[in-house]
Design a protein around this ligand. Sequence first.
Ligand code: ASP
Length: 324
Amino acid sequence: MGGWAIAVHGGAGVDPNLPLQRQEDAKMLLTRCLDLGIHALRSNSSAIDVVELVVRELETDPLFNSGRGSALTEEGTVEMEASIMDGPKRRCGAVSGLTTVKNPISLARLVMDKSPHSYLAFSGAEKFAREQGVELECNDYFVTEENVGMLELAREANSIWLDYRVPTNEKCSASVETPLQMNGLPISVYAPETVGCVVVDSQGRCAAATSTGGLMNKKIGRIGDSPLIGSGTYACGVCGVSCTGEGEAIIRGTLAREVAAVMEYKGLGLQEAVNYVIEERLDEGKAGLIAVSSNGEVVCGFNTTGMFRGCATEDGFMEVGIWK
Ligand code: ASP
């Protein structure tokens, strides 16, 4: 047994022109969340409790794309989604299409613990939230001014924005050297990103949690990878994984489960498994993931420009980063 380990992410596909202040803000938030998780692990909290705790914190802060600060649909509304998985018994819970729930990850946990099902969506999930008495908020709480501005830009570009908001229009191709402009406005604005946390506790139990508002300007009713067990989130006896990036690509690659599968069936270690999955199962530039193994390893991997991430292990290692 290798002791506990934790990793947290705030999304993959970072704008290369992201203002320095935003980079610092993101790193501070990731550090605060890691500290929260480390403190809980030192107090002997279980992996499943720690991933929920950390993701709640990320959802409550408007900086990343989950809970407050969620990306907006084509109609300017929020449709949040989340999933959580407890490795030892492969228990899981997921929710989609939430419009009022302050902490979607906790509702996913309640689906796992208090419902006969694994996945509830839209009006049924909202009804379950009311029955469970979770904290609710009105639309204005979730919608930030910054996201309203980005939705406008996305609409003008007739584009669904994913990571660093490259419009599908080829005339507007981004590069590090030339900040992307749209209608005279730089779109190197901060772009909201999905959040996730994976933990292995000191008893070797793995858990994973992911929460998101999805993609900016997404269609009403669109469901991404984040609530899909096996795609955006997976945990079992050998590892815990949370993904971020273009949901459609992650779904095609069943990315999170694939990491566990190559460990189980090919006998690869965590680092090799993550490398294999990113190289063999993922289109270039599409996504990233964080993963822990039951023997205390932690790995962050991505093939995007960057990924907001942080990790720590029981032996004192701690790292927070954005770029490769
Ligand atoms: N994977 C998320 C989605 O497609 C987006 C992200 O990770 O930023 O909904």
